[in-house]
Write a protein that binds this ligand. Structure first.
Ligand SMILES: [Zn+2]
Length: 201
């Protein structure tokens, strides 16, 4: 990969041998290996020893989970907050494991919609809850840095399964508890994620 980064620097019109860039290919490789480490992460290993059987059927919420991912269309970051809720049937996930689960899927090349769905689907598969909801709010640098006009670089996506899909009151309770940033004036017209930067070269 370092040879490719060195060639990229040349193609950008840079001198890869100047002092400041001498170790850049190595650093970039290390950064990309880390930012895509989710491909090699094992969900079962992450959740290992953290699934518990409990007699509890109220909504569990973990909100404001910071996440950083890479847009698969431009290899530029998108990042923001992830909110996860579920209603247990028999099992719960250790709370500290939810952010790690988000990282497993965020540290890949992604579109925000797929990332949102993968987190929700995984929780459904692992503990079969009565319902699971995931909302992600993110800023996309591929849009804001490039100054793409007439498109908001802020996007909100959601995945609502089971009780959160079927029961409007449950859904509203969750949305009220996370108080979406998109409810702030000026952010209401958030673009659907992914769609935003697709279709343009
Ligand atoms: Zn993009």
């Amino acid at each position: 990969m370092q040879d490719l980064i060195r060639e990229l620097l040349i193609q950008l019109g840079e001198d890869p041998d100047r002092e400041g860039l001498a170790r850049t290919p190595r650093r970039v490789e290390q950064a990309f290996r880390f930012l895509t480490s989710g491909y090699h992460a094992d969900v079962d290993a992450v959740l290992n020893d953290a699934l518990f059987t409990v007699d509890y059927s109220e909504m569990v919420i973990v909100k404001d989970i910071d996440f950083y991912s890479l847009c698969e269309h431009h290899l530029l970051p998108f990042f923001g907050k992830c909110h996860v809720a579920y209603i247990p049937r028999k099992q719960v996930i250790g709370l500290s494991k939810i952010p790690r689960l988000v990282d497993v899927f965020a540290r890949r090349l992604q579109v925000q919609e797929r990332l949102t769905n993968q987190i929700a689907d995984t929780i459904r598969e692992k503990i079969a809850p009565l319902g699971v909801a995931v909302v992600m709010e993110a800023t996309h640098l591929c849009m804001s840095m490039r100054g793409v006009e007439k498109q908001n670089s802020f996007a909100v996506t959601s995945a609502m399964l089971g009780a959160f899909r079927n029961n409007a009151r449950t859904r509203m309770e969750f949305l009220e508890l996370i108080k979406l940033r998109s409810a702030v004036p000026g952010l209401r017209d958030a673009a659907p994620a992914g769609l935003a930067c697709v279709g343009e070269d």
